[in-house]
Design a protein around this ligand. Sequence first.
Ligand SMILES: NC(=O)c1ccc[n+]([C@@H]2O[C@H](COP(=O)([O-])OP(=O)(O)OC[C@H]3O[C@@H](n4cnc5c(N)ncnc54)[C@H](OP(=O)(O)O)[C@@H]3O)[C@@H](O)[C@H]2O)c1
Length: 243
Amino acid sequence: MTISEAKVLITGGSSGIGYATAALLKSQGARVVICGRQADKLAAAGAALDTPTVVANVAIAADVQRLFDEASAAMGGLNVLINNAGYGYMAPLTEIDPTAFEAQYATNVLGAMLCAQAAARHFIPAGGGDIVNIASTAATKGHANASPYVGSKFALRGMTECWRQELRPHNIRVMLVNPSEVMTDFFSQAETPQGRRARNYTAAEQASKLRAEEIAHTIVSMLAMDNRGFITEATVFATNPQV
Ligand SMILES: NC(=O)c1ccc[n+]([C@@H]2O[C@H](COP(=O)([O-])OP(=O)(O)OC[C@H]3O[C@@H](n4cnc5c(N)ncnc54)[C@H](OP(=O)(O)O)[C@@H]3O)[C@@H](O)[C@H]2O)c1
């Protein structure tokens, strides 16, 4: 697609990967709306990006309906969804809290489905559109003490494969991006049995890891391909991480 013709809704655009993707798309002439749950954080991001915002929780169906209505009104339509809102709840099996587990799936799985569903309902009558789901390398390989998050991202990857087959006949490209570790708020926001954790990487360690900008570059490159083709899935690693 031609990026300057893109009308993009990014869920979870108030920081990290969503924010960097909004900035890159805006720099190339796209229209962008971002959402998030925390109104102050979202307003600050919207002001910095000079882009409209909608306070919405993707895990709540009524919020998603209002989000799509307001985003479409703000941009005069909608042809791209970047299904990015998410966070990590990680715990050993013996310590998983069922309430926290359900909340993880409410955002990362139910929320992603509700947004993809709303997007498909826009795109099918319009004759096409793009959906980019942000999963993780945790959608390709499990590891100890992270089954709530890993399971949610495996679920998103599985749903992506189903939606891709359902929507191709409608000229809708359903794509998946699997970032490895990216230096965003994700780690300070991640929930563990010990409470929220801050990862204190040294400057040298951080410099060797992915930034949100590499993921934004991946997403925008995938969107920019001519609509006769599409990249189904892209996995992004740091070249030589020091930790
Ligand atoms: N950073 C990594 O290493 C990494 C690696 C692989 C995959 N990912 C994935 O990349 C995506 C973005 O993460 P990030 O690293 O950019 O983290 P981030 O900086 O913490 O951004 C997360 C964004 O999602 C929003 N959000 C979270 N839950 C939401 C909900 N229920 N409804 C609406 N918005 C919600 C947050 O805003 P509010 O809190 O205000 O709602 C924020 O804008 C996530 O899906 C994450 O799983 C990240």
